[in-house]
Design a protein around this ligand. Structure first.
Ligand code: URA
Length: 433
């Protein structure tokens, strides 16, 4: 088999066979296919697309390219969740404890943030002492004991994706639905869960900017999951507005604790209850409405909060933060961001808000940059709220005052105030089964 023939076939709009796709993925993994040929095929896929069978074959080959996590020692149906990335998205910190409190084990591997989007692992590491590097045996043992562990990715999980993603990033081939779907789902399949709930974000802060694109990506991923024998559901949620009020690592942990005490912002609470209920449904806990009631119940009774505490303790973190969030790192300086006119807060453009928070130290500009766990932004107003000139819309948190200026100028472009109240739009847009 020759790589040049595979590239040509796809360039002409042909359908690649399973053997051709396996040849490509194995060659990429072993390093026997040069980057220029890999890039050429990626670009041909961007233009010509892939059908359902090709996308499934690509995903399965990628998932088989490295280690696979075996969760079979943990009894019960293990349900994983993946979010396609957003600003202020602390859903894993809330969902994990809710689902585990309902008796469904959660063995989750999460990632770090890059650019304007945050990562669950960085958020958890803002808890003093919290360990995210946990060996496989201990990871399994924690889930067996308390039903919940969230750890960083370890081992050689989907090496083909690492190589392909690095090339896609520099060859303008990230935005292709089959490539995104295969990249995400190969990692989910290798991570070993029996069922998968996908939170596909749409809007300015998300990968998918339009609803049509988000639906198409959701459909592609659900088809892959089901084709691979894992029950899969996708929930499409709005990322045109930030989720919750906090952006930044320790600030988001604090907000997650608030949601688990039943006092969190409505939007993030609604998204988390919906996603948790879908996870519970896939785990066989009843129909959707029963599962919503179950999820709400464990928040109300503080059982989910107790689960979070147990997980923090099991991963060597300071569990007292749950009762006293004041023990989390806090920034030396704060600065209010004021409304520049009277009106209604029409929008806070999420990706710009993410960049503004990153500029305060909460995110990484490059993989190597260090992050400040205390830095970030807390919204005082949410889109739709009335604002008066000079009133604080948000509060910036930083350990170095010189960082405020660049962040404020990014916020000047993030905040839109209008004379008329904006139309309310739903947060949960669609569910693709
Ligand atoms: N996230 C991934 O893991 N892969 C993509 O291709 C896009 C988003």
């Amino acid at each position: 088999m020759r790589m040049v023939d595979i590239i040509e076939k796809k360039r002409e709009g042909g359908r690649l066979s399973q053997e051709e796709i396996e040849f490509f993925v194995q060659g990429v993994t072993k390093g026997t296919i040069p980057d220029y040929q890999t890039s050429a095929l990626l670009m041909a896929i961007c233009f010509r697309g892939m059908d359902k069978a090709e996308t499934l074959a690509l995903t399965l080959s990628m998932a088989a390219s490295g280690d696979r996590i075996d969760l079979s020692e943990i009894p019960g149906i293990k349900v994983d969740k993946h979010s396609t990335g957003g600003v202020g998205d602390k859903t894993t910190l809330i969902l994990g404890p809710i689902v585990a409190a309902c008796g469904v084990p959660v063995a989750k591997m999460s990632g770090r943030g890059l650019g304007h989007t945050g990562g669950t692992i960085d958020k958890l590491e803002s808890i003093p002492g919290f360990r995210t590097e946990v060996e496989r045996e201990e990871f399994i043992k924690i889930v067996q004991n308390i039903g919940l562990a969230v750890v960083g990715q370890s081992g050689n999980l989907v090496p083909a994706d690492k190589k392909l993603y690095a090339l896609r990033d520099v060859t303008a081939t990230v935005r292709s639905i089959p490539l995104i779907a295969a990249s995400i789902m190969s990692k989910k399949l290798a991570a070993g869960a029996d069922a998968i709930v996908l939170d596909v974000k749409v809007g300015s802060g998300a990968f998918m900017k339009t609803l049509d694109e988000a639906r198409e990506l959701a459909r592609a991923m659900v088809d892959i999951g089901n084709g691979a024998g894992r029950k899969t559901v996708a929930v499409i949620t709005d990322m045109d507005r930030p989720l919750g009020k906090a952006v930044g690592n320790a600030l988001e942990v604090r907000e997650a604790i608030e949601v688990l005490t039943g006092k969190g912002p409505e939007d993030i609470t609604e998204v988390c209850i919906t996603l948790a209920a879908k996870m519970l449904e896939l785990a066989g806990k009843g129909d959707f409405n029963t599962c919503v009631a179950l999820a709400k119940g464990v928040v109300q009774d503080r059982i989910a909060l107790e689960k979070l505490k147990l997980m923090i303790a099991a991963q060597s973190g300071l569990a007292d933060v749950v009762e006293d969030p004041g023990l989390l790192p806090s920034a030396a300086h704060t600065k209010p961001y004021l409304a520049q006119e009277d009106g209604y807060l029409k929008a806070v453009i999420s990706d710009r808000l993410g960049v503004a928070s990153m500029l305060l130290g909460a995110g990484r500009a490059t993989k190597e940059s260090a992050i400040d766990p205390a830095a970030g932004i807390v919204l005082m107003k949410k889109p739709g709220d009335k604002v008066s000139k000079g009133e604080p819309i948000m509060v910036l948190h930083a350990n170095n005052q010189s960082l405020f200026e660049a962040s404020v100028s990014e916020l000047d472009r993030a905040v839109i105030i209008s004379k008329e109240p904006p139309e309310a739009s739903p947060l949960i847009i669609d569910i693709i089964e």
